[in-house]
Ligand binder design. Structure first.
Ligand code: ZN
Length: 150
């Protein structure tokens, strides 16, 4: 797999120093696996009203899946749930672009580093694992108890 070297460096940085890793309190927890690669993640979402207060996770697997969870944490924590969902959808679109999209850097920040990964169908699931877990956990957190308003 060949990725732009700057993008590869961003992915390796997140892999080596994952942001927000470790399980903390949450409103909902999910466990997702990517059997084709062996990646696993347990992820918790904590909401504060309509804001994503925390995304904590315990994960193991390849560098792409691990780096992607770190980038997810960077991008959605502190955002309004609706805004975070837009980012998730934009990332999903990028990963389904088969190398045709570069991604919107203003919206996706470091996540654009995964653009090259979209050319490798086997690795797309690695990149999406944590994002799908987040989507699932957020739906659970929202469904389990309506977000509190101040
Ligand atoms: Zn993987």
């Amino acid at each position: 797999m060949k990725l732009d070297s700057m993008y590869q460096e961003i992915i390796l940085d997140h892999y080596r120093n994952p942001h927000g890793k470790g399980l903390r309190d949450g409103d909902a927890e999910v466990h997702h696996v990517n059997p084709t690669c062996g990646d696993e993640i347990t992820l918790r979402v904590r909401l504060d009203g309509a804001v994503v207060a925390d995304v904590s996770y315990d994960s193991q697997g390849c560098s792409i899946s691990q780096a992607s969870a770190s980038v997810l944490n960077d991008l959605v924590v502190g955002k309004q749930v609706g805004e975070a969902q837009q980012i998730q959808e934009a990332f999903l679109e990028l990963m389904q672009s088969r190398g045709q999209s570069e991604g919107d850097e203003d919206l996706l920040e470091d996540a654009v580093a995964f653009a090259g990964v979209s050319k490798y169908p086997a690795r797309v699931k690695c990149a999406l694992l944590s994002w799908m877990a987040w989507k699932d956990a957020t739906a659970k957190a929202l469904g389990g108890q309506p977000p509190l308003t101040d």
